[in-house]
Design a binder for this molecule. Structure first.
Ligand code: NAP
Length: 249
């Protein structure tokens, strides 16, 4: 049976990806910062799936995860979070904490995935519309995701000799626990939808479908797939502008 590891798999896009991979016949390891949540998700999937704790910001934690699992066929790297604040006010530690998880964390996952994936395996990273579309107040997240898109291409070159394909999905706005706060600001989702040719935000299942495709696409590597209803053709919502209208500092 093929094994898939979904890092950041207990919530949102990662959880939808774990379900899609399980339905495709993989034995799924749901790995997340919250080990109890990961185990609960694996229990929902049933036998032979399992949950593991991992912190992508800690290399030894990621190394232990992959050593425990052994050889795997597909790895999906979903862990991520964002902070919000203008550059002139943003504490450096907040900038670093986002880069630590979204970029350095993805590098660490790629490092150990590269060691443990079987020849011909697949690594899928989750980038973002913000890798190419700047958003006021999101310097750390945008910078980290832009770096992640380039990391995808470098990893694709380095792992191609073993037939390992490395691709990324770059989703637009998807309602998950990560975006709950932004979605509560009146006008933000509306502005996203106004600037999205297909006229809606995404679902975790939309992204999971693309993740599954990337695990199968035998002649595709180094690709960063824009998945956003066409939003990359227009502009990102002005979250700070909407917050200012609310009277937020
Ligand atoms: P989510 O529901 O918050 O899921 C993210 C998961 O990553 C959570 O389970 C979280 O655990 C886990 N995580 C956070 N830090 C971690 C760490 N250091 N080590 C291991 N796991 C960690 O968010 P999501 O929206 O599904 O996001 C998944 C990915 O998609 C992220 O990389 C995000 O940047 C990207 N993305 C999301 C959107 C969107 O609109 N939602 C758009 C573009 C890209 P805790 O909950 O315990 O912290």
């Amino acid at each position: 049976m093929r094994t898939a590891v979904v890092v950041g798999g207990a919530s949102g896009i990662g959880w939808a990806s774990a379900r899609a991979l399980a339905a495709d016949g993989y034995r799924v390891v749901v790995a997340d910062l919250n080990g109890d949540a990961a185990t609960a998700r694996a229990t929902e999937l049933g036998d032979p799936h399992r949950g593991e704790v991992v912190d992508v910001a800690d290399e030894s934690s990621v190394a232990t995860l992959f050593e425990t699992i052994g050889a795997c066929d597909a790895v999906v790297s979903c862990a991520g979070f964002s902070t919000f604040g203008p550059i002139v006010d943003l504490p450096v530690e907040q900038f670093r904490s986002v880069v630590d998880v979204c970029l350095t964390g993805a590098f660490i996952v790629a490092k150990y995935a590269g060691r443990h994936l079987v020849d011909g395996g697949s690594l899928v990273l989750i980038s973002s519309l913000n890798a190419r579309q700047p958003a006021i107040g999101m310097s750390a997240y945008c910078s980290a995701k832009a770096g992640l898109s380039m990391l995808t291409q470098v990893a694709a070159l380095e792992l191609a000799p073993r037939g390992i394909r490395v691709n990324a999905v770059a989703p637009g706005f998807v309602l998950t626990p990560l975006t709950e706060g932004a979605a509560l600001v009146p006008g933000v989702v509306e502005e996203y939808v106004e600037n999205t040719p297909l006229g809606r935000s995404g679902t975790p299942e939309d992204v999971a479908e693309a993740v599954l495709y990337l695990t199968k696409a035998a002649w595709l590597t180094g690709e960063v797939l824009d998945l956003n209803g066409g939003a990359h053709l227009k502009r990102y919502p002005d979250i700070l502008g909407h917050l200012t209208k609310l009277g937020a500092p």
